[in-house]
Design a protein around this ligand. Structure first.
Ligand SMILES: [Zn+2]
Ligand SMILES: [Zn+2]
Length: 281
């Protein structure tokens, strides 16, 4: 029973070790190949560090119940033959299939957080960063994270790509989660690398930096996390040769993490919501 109760001190140590490893990789990279030279102690870094620990602890707790339910449902609903056939695929094929299916779920969840005004209130926290570096990856409202992760996991369970089929299947979500997490830090990094023809296949800092640009038209592009060709398929790809001039959102955002956590619950956030609130008042 005690195994189900999170041990917060050991979780904090685990997160601190990961933060040290991430910093050891990305701080030197951002120094050597900076797109825009700046100190790591930039504006809002304390807030983003707080998000790192908050989002390392809270979404996992909130997701545990729904994920267990999805695992049970997939075990009951997916015919045993299908589960056994997928289980028999080689590991590389299951990892590739899980990446494409998970990314497709993520793409549409992320697009909804831009197109549905209520969801944008929460996602605006991520877009409020005015300087982009690897730590902006952690800057997200927990409600936003839980929503997008559920939408990413649901098709994986529904198609039997992850689930309680046999012990070794646990490797697939671990690989997908690890690759996705590391790539999430990379595409936010303040690194001026371009990957040439590889940019068709895999997302880059330039691809995701355009997603953070101040302009609403360009911001509603490049929703994929790792696979930019999904944006080409769904008509939302935008990757010019130059880099964005300004990042952030035109709407005001609270300066503190507490203010940012409660702001989506208190007032209309999107321009369309503010316009409709103004016309109603
Ligand atoms: Zn976004
Ligand atoms: Zn981002």
């Amino acid at each position: 029973m005690s195994g189900h109760i999170p041990n917060f001190p050991s979780e904090l140590v685990r997160l601190a070790v990961w933060l040290a490893l991430l910093s050891a990789i990305f701080v030197p990279l951002e120094r050597l190949f900076a797109l825009e030279p700046k100190s790591i102690f930039r504006k809002q870094i304390a807030v983003d560090l707080s998000y790192y620990f908050l989002n390392g602890l809270v979404p996992g707790l909130l997701l545990a119940g729904p994920v267990a339910l999805m695992a049970i449902a997939s075990h009951r609903l997916i015919p045993g033959g299908v589960a056994a056939a997928i289980s028999a695929w080689p590991l590389w094929l299951r990892v590739c299939a899980a990446m494409v299916v998970g990314e497709t779920g993520y793409y549409w969840a992320h697009r909804m957080t831009h197109e549905v005004p209520f969801l944008w209130r929460f996602h605006a926290v991520h877009h409020s960063a005015e300087h982009i570096d690897f730590m902006v990856n952690t800057r997200a409202h927990p409600v936003d994270l839980v929503f997008t992760r559920l939408c990413m996991l649901a098709p994986l369970f529904a198609l039997g790509l992850v689930g309680p089929m046999r012990a070794s299947d646990g490797v697939v979500p671990l690989i997908v989660l690890f690759a996705g997490t590391m790539w999430g830090y990379f595409i936010h990094a303040n690194v001026r690398w371009r990957l040439g023809p590889m940019e068709w296949l895999i997302s880059t800092p330039a691809f995701h930096h355009w997603h953070h640009t101040m302009g609403e038209q360009q911001r509603n592009c490049n929703y994929a996390s790792m696979l930019p060709w999904l944006d080409r398929i769904f008509g939302t790809h935008h990757l010019p040769r130059e880099w964005p001039a300004r990042y952030g959102i035109p709407e005001p955002m609270a300066d503190t993490i507490v203010g940012q956590l409660v702001q989506p619950l208190r007032e209309p956030r999107s321009p369309s919501e503010r316009a409709s609130a103004a016309s109603n008042s």
